[in-house]
Design a protein around this ligand. Structure first.
Ligand SMILES: [Mg+2]
Length: 120
């Protein structure tokens, strides 16, 4: 089963996303901040990354750029409470596969995950 790296500074959000994904049989790795997310993306080579934008150490958009520079084939789904179109456009322009707004809805999350994992 696919390995999914969930990077979010909110333990509440990580727990929700992880439990949805595990119920569907995915293997989940969790990162509690941007630095850890980048490190685990390099060391564990996940099949997909779900990435929060607002984090205290490194902004998710900067992480997206670093990931796309080093692992261009790794799909990245952005997740944020920031629903501004400009934020979404910036993420898509920088290579994000999909953009989810919080609160995360199970059906929307799973649809984006399935689509992202089938896109290679
Ligand atoms: Mg956050």
């Amino acid at each position: 089963m696919a390995v999914i790296l969930v990077t979010d500074d909110s333990s509440f959000q990580r727990t929700i996303i992880t439990s949805i994904l595990k119920t569907e049989g995915y293997d989940v790795i969790q990162a509690k901040n941007g630095r850890e997310g980048l490190d685990l993306a390099r060391s564990h080579k996940p099949d997909l990354m779900i990435l929060d934008i607002l984090m205290p150490d490194i902004n998710g958009i900067e992480i997206l750029q670093e990931i796309k520079a080093s692992s261009p084939d790794l799909p990245v789904i952005m997740s944020t409470a920031d629903i501004q179109n400009t934020t979404q456009e910036e993420c898509m322009k920088k290579g994000a596969t999909a953009f989810l707004t919080k609160p995360i809805k199970k059906a929307v999350l799973l649809e984006a995950v399935i689509k992202a994992l089938s896109n290679d």
